[in-house]
Design a protein around this ligand. Structure first.
Ligand code: GRF
Length: 190
């Protein structure tokens, strides 16, 4: 059986990307083949380089008005794209050509959409006095946070949580579940 190849997309710190890279480091069936970013200073790029994972930086023009990124992924025979804190909407040509997963730091369909990322999500959850929040792993389509939901896990929100403390709880859940769900999906569907 041919090894299954993951391409990670990340715009930020990349703590999820790191967990995914570590999780598959010794896996014979699945490899993290590359990490792509739209941000030259994304710490995720540094994490990838350190782990010996190939990287690609691209700009808006290349992403939305050329096949530069999809050609690169096709050449590498990527089976699954995994978004891990990637903030741009994925263009239609890439959505059509690849299976793509995303993780969202709240319980979709609530608290999703264009400006619902990072601390905005946790602030909105706290402003609405929610008692629980959580994570959603879902397929990606051409809209923000809209594809079919694959997995959710919850955590309690306490009255004294700050956006930062809630973010910490959510990150812990993401790190616990995202690599495992990715493994299940890639082995099942490819
Ligand atoms: C995560 O909270 C994820 O849910 C969201 O972006 C954040 C990325 O965090 N999509 P990190 O860069 O992996 O630490």
């Amino acid at each position: 059986m041919d090894v299954k190849r993951i391409a990670l997309f990340a715009s930020g710190s990349g703590s999820n990307a790191q967990k995914i890279i570590d999780y598959f480091a010794d896996n014979k069936l699945v490899e993290v083949n590359c990490l792509l970013s739209n941000k030259p200073d994304a710490f995720a790029l540094e994490r990838a380089r350190k782990a010996g994972v190939d990287t690609l930086l691209f700009n808006r023009e290349q992403f939305y008005h050329s096949t530069f990124v999809s050609d690169w992924l096709q050449e590498r025979k990527i089976d699954l794209i995994v978004l891990a804190g990637f903030l741009w909407l994925v263009p239609e040509n890439i959505v059509r050509e690849f299976e793509i997963l995303n993780i969202h730091p709240a319980l979709l369909p609530q608290y999703g959409g264009k400006n619902m990322y990072g601390m905005n999500v946790h602030k909105a959850v706290l402003d609405n006095h929610e008692k629980i929040s959580g994570i959603t792993i879902h397929y990606v389509n051409e809209k923000y946070d809209d594809g079919a939901i694959i997995f959710q896990a919850t955590c309690p929100v306490s009255y004294d949580d700050s956006p930062e403390s809630l973010a910490e709880k959510i990150h812990a859940l993401e790190h616990q579940y995202y690599p495992k769900i990715i493994e299940e999906i890639i082995l099942k569907n490819h």
